[in-house]
Design a protein around this ligand. Structure first.
Ligand code: UDP
Ligand code: MG
Length: 325
């Protein structure tokens, strides 16, 4: 059966939640195995992201007690996105599908059933999308939803109200592994992979213990990270602004000359007006042009895959592949 599931859970100082989280996930995996939806060898993998508390000790104990639990220990704290990637890339060779999820059970565990049903129907990437934010404070809701809107308007296309709770098939993970960028914003990269995708709606609960590791400051820098690591649209905006100011400067030129010939100006005003606007516009425009090239260099350095082939209809190639398998 080709449906070995690996759950990947990044953990940073999560000693308070791990005992409950592991219990709930174990139950979920058991029920899925019983229903015959996933392989008996499925795993729950906790990625310890350089925690300062007993998180890794707890993970080790869980692993000793029950082989369904597995752990990956990073050498130091690298942040949620990197911890998640470390987990996904490590399990890629063993798993047929991987589900990533936070350790604090804010993502509804029961959405997993639906994700797996979609996977079994041939969907490669299933996004968990929050149906409502009833439990979030007004402030968190407003900032978080503003976050998606600003991101999208800046050219960083993400799935609205989807955090990193998602299922990915093996070949989607292999696609992800071709993205070599260091500035990692998974929510923006995963949609670039392609393949059939779908969404599953769930209600996001409250963190049941411990504190959020994403205070406002971190969320803001996460948004800036998302925009600057996905899109060069801010540069394009400078170019447009420069072009606009340059157009305005032509208007000002005409206006200043008219005023000059009408004799309605003092000495030096016309030259000053024309040069201030003309030079300002030219500087912004040139900055934009230089920026456009820097944007190109930036995208080239990411060395993203230019395409991922899903299928090649060729008998000889197929035969060779079957022999290798
Ligand atoms: N996390 C991590 N490394 C970090 C910060 C957070 O691995 O440096 C993990 C954390 O343990 C949790 C997930 O990322 O499993 C999401 O963090 P949190 O629940 O605190 O964020 P929030 O839900 O408040 O946005
Ligand atoms: Mg959380």
């Amino acid at each position: 059966m080709n449906n070995k599931l690996y759950m990947v859970i990044p953990c940073y100082n999560e000693e308070e939640v791990l005992p409950e989280t592991s219990k709930r996930l174990r139950e979920k995996i058991n029920s899925l195995i019983e229903k015959g939806k996933i392989d008996k060898e499925s795993r729950i993998v906790f990625v310890n992201d350089g925690s300062k508390d007993k998180t890794w000790e707890i993970i080790k104990t869980l692993h000793e007690e029950d082989p369904v639990f597995s752990g990956i220990n990073l050498t130091r704290n690298r942040g949620h996105q990197n911890a998640l990637l470390a987990g996904l890339m490590t399990v890629m060779d063993y798993a047929d599908m991987a589900i990533s999820m936070d350790a604090d059970l804010q993502d509804d565990v029961d959405a997993i059933d639906e994700m797996i049903d979609k996977y079994l129907d041939g969907i490669d990437i299933v996004y968990g999308v929050r149906s409502s934010r009833a439990k979030d404070t007004f402030f968190k809701k407003a900032t978080a939803e503003g976050f998606y809107k600003i991101m999208n308007s800046m050219g960083a296309n993400t799935v609205f109200n989807h955090a990193d709770y998602r299922l990915m098939s093996k070949r989607a993970l292999e696609g992800l592994s071709q993205f070599q960028e260091v500035n990692l914003f998974l929510r923006g990269i995963v949609p670039m992979i392609g393949y059939p995708t779908d969404v599953v709606y769930y209600e996001r609960g409250e963190r049941f213990a411990g504190e959020s590791k994403y205070p406002l400051g971190k969320m803001l820098s996460f948004a800036i990270e998302g925009i600057t690591s996905l899109s060069t649209k801010p540069i394009r905006m400078i170019t447009f602004l420069g072009f606009f100011i340059f157009l305005v400067s032509i208007g000002i030129l005409i206006y200043s000359l008219v005023r000059h010939f009408m004799g309605a100006t003092i000495v030096g005003w016309t030259t000053l007006m024309v040069s201030v606007w003309g030079i300002g516009g030219l500087i912004l425009l040139s900055l934009g042009v230089v920026g456009e090239y820097i944007g190109k260099i930036y995208l080239e350095t990411k060395a993203r895959p230019r395409f991922i082939v899903e299928q090649f209809l060729d008998e000889a190639a197929q035969r060779e592949k079957n022999e290798n398998d």
